[in-house]
Design a protein around this ligand. Structure first.
Ligand code: KIV
Ligand code: ZN
Length: 384
């Protein structure tokens, strides 16, 4: 099996979503959950952007042991200085620097030329390399960048020391075949491409983020940049859970990740609840209806043999128990379990209080739903 590295940017690209901002304590909670989930890299923030982001990168670095902690910068020396300072406690550090490479970015954002941008890319990589061995370079808007020029930039930053090169489809514009061919072009035309890992970073503006990332992997990319629940700028990023389960369901591809898939659902619930960002009910893998069979024909088939309509076992993504239904006869343990499945863990003292309220409600209803239980526990319920 070949290894695909999972770079999670829930705490950077994901957290850029309006209304999804987390405080440092919440970010640490998410970072620890990502570590448990088995992600390889946590992009913890963009330290120069605010004192809050700077501080969060410091605290996440202290709290997390195994994953690489990555800090984002522009191709600007001051950004890189600040990122390195923020990473001082990280056991494994990465600086993620880069610049826009499409003609749209070069002309309208930088009022510059391809030659100048290439120079700035090399200079930023060399500068970051003074601080850390692990330097990732992003070619922003690579999705709309001319392939021959993109190859020139990728080759130059690898020569300057980049160990990972990120090829973002920043605007979510590419078609899966087009993105596949872009990565393939780089694999075939860049000298010493084997000295670096090529990374995908696909946005979901046309609903193709996962398809594009997957196509990139098929063409040779060995890192994918993803978020929990696919959150992120505008229509979001590639979702971690979709990539992890595609590879688990299609073992014949011979590519594996380090993700402990049974932690996917609790992590999804935690992120949704902390960010106050509902998950659409029909969202693949983690939506409320992702494993629900409602039509009579499907129910009949599933009751005969689950393989008729299920391509994955809900237990594999951490939905281990939909059969426990909360009623007036349920005890504390059942309530605790349903809350845990939904990403909420209470202290025994808090559980006692919630359980008292639960009994009052359960007396009035035939069945207490997960949404009711979460509401009683004071967690977000908008999507459940
Ligand atoms: O979408 C993008 O291009 C990015 C880069 C900053 C990596 O998020
Ligand atoms: Zn992005």
């Amino acid at each position: 099996m070949e290894r695909l590295f999972i770079f999670d940017t829930t705490l950077r690209d994901g957290e850029q979503v309006p209304g999804c901002q987390l405080n440092t304590v919440e970010k640490i909670q998410v970072a620890k959950a990502l570590e448990q989930l088995g992600v390889d890299v946590i992009e913890a923030g963009f330290p120069i952007s605010s004192p809050g982001d700077f501080n969060s990168v410091i605290e996440i670095s202290k709290a997390v042991t195994w994953p690489v902690i990555c800090a984002l910068t522009r191709a600007v020396e001051r950004d890189i200085d600040v990122a390195f300072e923020a990473l001082q406690y990280a056991k494994h550090k990465r600086i993620h620097t880069g610049i826009g490479t499409s003609d749209e970015h070069i002309r309208y954002k930088f009022n510059s030329t391809r030659e100048e941008i290439l120079e700035r890319a090399v200079a930023a990589t060399k500068y970051a390399k003074r601080f850390v061995d692990d330097v990732e370079f992003y070619c922003e808007d690579a999705g709309r960048t001319d392939n021959a020029y993109l190859a020139q930039v990728v080759e130059a930053v690898i020569k300057a020391g980049a160990t990972v090169v990120n090829i973002p489809d920043t605007t979510g514009y590419c078609l899966p075949e087009e993105y596949h061919d872009k990565i393939k072009y780089l694999m075939e035309h860049v000298d010493n491409i084997d000295r670096a890992i090529i990374s995908t970073h696909c946005h979901n503006d046309l609903g193709m983020a996962t398809a594009n990332s997957f196509s990139g992997v098929m063409a040779g990319a060995r890192q994918v940049e993803v978020t929990i629940n696919g959150i992120g700028e505008r229509a979001g990023n590639t979702s971690l859970e979709e990539i992890a389960m595609i590879l688990k369901c299609h073992k014949q591809l011979g590519i594996e990740t380090n993700i402990n898939t049974t932690k996917i659902y609790p992590t999804s619930r935690m992120v949704s609840s902390l960010m106050n960002m509902p998950v659409q009910p029909n969202k693949a893998i983690v939506g409320r209806n992702a494993f629900a069979h409602s039509s009579g024909i499907h129910q009949d088939g599933v009751l005969k043999n689950v393989q008729t309509y299920e391509i994955m076992d809900p237990k594999d993504v951490g939905i281990d128990d939909n059969s426990i239904v909360l009623t007036a006869r349920s005890g504390r343990a059942a309530l605790k379990h349903r809350l845990h499945v939904n990403g909420v863990d209470l202290t025994e003292e808090k559980l006692d209080k919630v359980y008292e309220k639960f009994l009052v409600l359960a007396d009035q209803k035939k069945e207490v739903s997960d949404a009711d239980a979460l509401m009683l526990a004071g967690a977000d319920t908008a999507d459940t």
